[in-house]
Design a protein around this ligand. Structure first.
Ligand SMILES: Nc1ncnc2c1ncn2[C@@H]1O[C@H](COP(=O)(O)OP(=O)(O)OP(=O)(O)O)[C@@H](O)[C@H]1O
Ligand SMILES: [Mg+2]
Length: 141
């Protein structure tokens, strides 16, 4: 499926539709250049999953991972500054491999985390001022 959004708000709204496509355990890879809108989309997904309010969803750029204790539990990772799975393991996230969680992975194409369950890939691209092309594909999509 391919969508076009014309503002950050529209991308947040699209996140709610992505949330409806997934059932934990699941991973959603968010793929796109700096500023493409990965965190913006994650905000909408996490809010629609009921794990946090949108304004409480912060970018994991520096923390590398943020964990939301909802049902399902949601992990939001940013692999930009990481190079290998062992580096991810040092973050103390072993639970993400066993839990029934939804795992959102910015720069998810950098390397494979080998997570269980459904896998969805979202590719975000720039399309002029304020607009984005967002392509969603994967299991059950
Ligand atoms: N249609 C749109 N969808 C999403 N974001 C948009 C859109 N139009 C403009 N923007 C702006 O683009 C920026 C997207 O930033 P965001 O942090 O979501 O990107 P990112 O892909 O997570 O970047 P990074 O790789 O640095 O983590 C925001 O400032 C947002 O307001
Ligand atoms: Mg981001």
């Amino acid at each position: 499926m391919t969508f076009r959004t014309r503002s950050a708000e529209e991308t947040v709204a699209l996140g709610a539709r992505v949330a409806e496509l997934v059932r934990a355990p699941a991973q959603i890879l968010l793929i796109g250049d700096l500023g493409a809108g990965k965190t913006t989309l994650a905000k909408g997904i996490i809010e629609a999953l009921g794990a946090a309010r949108g304004e409480d969803v912060l970018s994991p750029t520096f923390s590398l991972v943020r964990e939301y204790r909802g049902d399902p539990k949601v992990y939001h990772l940013d692999l930009y500054r990481l190079d290998t799975v062992p580096e991810v393991e040092t973050l103390g996230l072993e639970d993400i491999w066993d839990e029934r969680a939804v795992v959102l992975v910015e720069w998810g194409e950098r390397f494979e985390l080998d997570l269980p369950g459904q896998r969805v890939e979202v590719r975000l691209g720039f399309e002029g001022e304020g607009a984005r092309r967002i392509e969603i594909r994967g299991d059950s999509v």
